[in-house]
Ligand binder design. Structure first.
Ligand code: BTN
Length: 255
């Protein structure tokens, strides 16, 4: 049985290469009952999923990584990044912004990316052999102006662009920490089930929306069918069959 996490260890830095890389270094320095949060004002080598880079200019956005131990045998570890993205939608909502989720854990506003999650797990060679050290990094575009985002290869936006408001990244980070800690402790006890309904509600895709799906080096065409109770993606393929996926990247089709 994992958790509950009853303590928080918070470390903030002016500059880091990547908060994920820094957080990974805490593997031998963290107690079982503690949630680590490593954050930075700037990342010089911010990392995204599928070897993308994550634009991380100083003082404008939220870059944070959460670290904790989890039982190796849990079959639902893959849901944790989804729970992180759900926590982030909840916080953005408090700041007046309704974001949508693109499976598994991208945050979007009108098909433009405002946030993403990169999770990694590490085994322990000595001691704690039954546990994994998990890190869940999140980047949220907060005060970044439009000029900085226009040259990216995929459409992106920020809280400032959408609402015209400049907000404190420190305050937002604190709220996200509290929200994720609460959700994580619920997840440790009850699994993904308590989150499924709100995850489905936040999804950008509706049943039968056509998508391209990149998985195992192949690009598939299909129609979104459903999210399973385990948080996997169910796609209807062109031959009419249904296929289930636990990882991959969705490309939305233009209207
Ligand atoms: C994605 O590709 O959508 C995931 C982006 C994750 C970016 C965050 S920023 C904080 C943490 N540190 C990193 O290097 N990456 C994650």
């Amino acid at each position: 049985m994992t958790g509950p996490l009853s303590k928080v260890k918070s470390k903030h830095f002016a500059t880091l290469d990547s908060t994920n890389t820094k957080a990974a270094g805490y593997i031998h320095r963290l107690e079982d009952d503690t949630l680590l949060m490593v954050s930075a004002d700037e990342q010089t080598s911010g990392r995204g999923r599928f070897s993308h880079t994550w634009l991380s200019p100083p003082g404008q956005n939220l870059y944070a990584t959460f670290g904790f131990f989890i039982d190796k045998t849990r079959p639902d570890i893959g849901n944790i990044p989804q729970i992180m993205s759900l926590s982030a939608t909840e916080i953005l909502q408090k700041y007046g912004l309704s974001s949508r989720l693109k499976w598994p854990n991208d945050l979007l506003i009108d098909k433009k990316k405002i946030g993403g999650v990169l999770a990694e797990t590490f085994s322990l060679e000595n001691g704690k052999k039954d546990k994994l050290f998990m890190i869940v990094g999140i980047g949220l575009n907060i005060n970044m102006p439009a000029e900085m985002l226009q040259n990216l290869d995929r459409p992106a936006t920020s809280l400032f662009i959408e609402t015209g408001k400049i907000v404190s990244t420190k305050a937002l980070r604190k709220e996200l920490l509290q929200c994720f800690l609460k959700s994580l402790n619920i997840f440790f006890k009850e699994g993904f089930h308590p989150f499924l309904q709100s995850y489905e509600k936040q999804m950008i895709l509706n049943k039968d929306d056509p998508i391209n799906f990149h998985v195992n080096g192949k690009m598939l065409e299909g129609k979104f069918h459903a999210i399973t109770p385990q948080g996997s993606l169910k796609l209807r393929l062109p031959d009419g069959t249904l296929s289930e996926f636990v990882s991959g990247e969705i490309f939305l089709k233009k209207n």
